[in-house]
Design a protein around this ligand. Structure first.
Ligand SMILES: *Cc1c(COP(=O)(O)O)cnc(C)c1O
Length: 389
């Protein structure tokens, strides 16, 4: 394996985690994707085309914002990497544009994607529309009902949403269904997976497609901090893609890296090693190995597993993982709105909640803290209003 956050080992492992735990029928597809990604990522033409699309369509680079009022209140210097300002309102656009460009290069005409709350489905449908590809999004039947507006968004963008009625009828089952579709249609179809999870090469490929967040932020911080790096780099962790992309930019600096999970979906903090969706990682499981449902106020963090590289970063000690509970997340959601004029996604508010709790405690007064604001909170305001009523 390369240095900290280099490429995985030849077996697709980050330390003892990751790998390619798929049925035999999917092994050639994973292999083909691995080779295609390696070639594309080494090709300057592909990389510059991707950068250009992310600039003119995706709104990159996103700024780093100095939070003056909230910093004064917390006694630490707080900077936000503003993925909420990217097209479609979160970091997800970086990954889907990258994978869709790769799919087109591989001659694939069709995308399949899984979605839980709908954010990755909407982003995939967006990228498919941009490239003129057919797009099918698998979504648990329970989520289809809970997220009608996102279902309509995907359909508006030209995608077909297929409700999944197996298992718990949520995200975990949607991933299984998308994998099944991919096995059956691999000649024409690319599976656009939404986070740093699944079988190799996905955890590595998605992290590389999200590292633009960390690479930009590192340069922007150095400009703001007279050449220095932040003392702390903090991001929320669902599957772990915004955190992995952010951490990749700072892995070789002295910055302390902190991933914040939802207390009700804390695969690293409360999970055990196991195999799910083609990877070995930490999972929420009961004593007999049944996968448990994750529960959080933020649907985007409701995944019972976590990307394998995070399992490795936790085990090796390069990053630490903490949790935030719903109540403090809602407080942070309001606090950022009222002190900085930025309504954060509930997912991102987990990272903020940990900083609010630890400022002046684990985080010494005067330290500089970069938080990745993974998305904007417009999608969450109706839910929060109903909770506070
Ligand atoms: C999907 C999503 C997340 C969680 O996904 P990661 O892969 O952990 O980044 C976090 N924040 C926002 C705004 C999201 O849409």
């Amino acid at each position: 394996m390369g240095g900290v956050m280099g490429p995985p080992g030849s077996d697709g492992r980050f330390g003892g985690f990751g790998g390619t735990f798929v049925p035999e029928s999917l092994v050639p597809a994973c292999h083909e994707l691995d080779e295609a990604f390696r070639a594309a990522w080494a090709d300057g033409g592909f990389r510059s085309e991707l950068s250009q699309i992310l600039a003119e369509f995706g709104g990159r680079p996103t700024p780093v914002t100095e939070c003056r009022r909230l910093s004064e209140r917390l006694g630490v210097r707080l900077l936000l990497k503003r993925e909420d300002l990217a097209h479609t309102g979160s970091h997800k656009i970086n990954n889907v544009v990258g994978q869709t460009l790769l799919a087109a290069r591989m001659g694939k005409r069709r995308l399949v994607a899984e979605t839980g709350a709908g954010q990755h489905g909407v982003a995939s449908a967006t990228a498919a529309a941009l490239f003129g590809l057919e797009c099918v999004v698998y979504m648990g039947a329970v989520d289809v009902e809970r997220q009608e507006l996102n279902v309509f968004r995907m359909e508006l963008l030209g995608a077909e949403v297929r409700p999944v009625r197996s298992g718990s009828r949520t995200l975990k089952d949607a991933v299984n269904e998308a994998l099944r579709d991919w096995v059956a249609s691999v000649g024409t179809t690319h599976y656009c997976l939404g986070s740093v999870m699944g079988p190799h090469p996905y955890p590595w490929m998605v992290r590389e497609m999200q590292r633009v967040v960390g690479d930009e932020a590192r340069l922007q911080c150095r400009q703001l901090l007279a050449g220095a790096d932040p003392d702390w780099v903090v991001a929320c962790v669902g599957g772990g893609s915004n955190a992995a992309g952010t951490f990749a930019g700072f892995a070789d600096t002295p910055a302390r890296l902190v991933g914040v999970e939802a207390a009700g979906g804390a695969a690293i903090t409360r999970g055990v090693p196991g195999v799910l969706h083609g990877m070995k990682s930490y999972l929420l499981q009961d004593e007999v190995g049944q996968i448990l449902e994750a529960h959080s106020v933020s649907a985007g963090l409701d995944y019972p597993g976590v990307g394998p590289e995070h399992a490795h970063l936790a085990t090796s000690g390069r990053a630490r993982y903490e949790t935030a509970a719903d109540a403090e997340v809602l407080d942070a959601f309001r606090l950022l709105s009222q002190t900085e004029g930025i309504i954060p996604a509930l997912e991102s508010a987990h990272a903020l909640a940990w900083v609010v709790r630890q400022a002046g405690h684990d985080i010494p007064r005067g330290d500089t803290v970069l938080v990745t604001l993974s998305g904007r909170g417009d999608k969450d305001v109706a839910q929060v209003r109903d909770l506070w009523r």
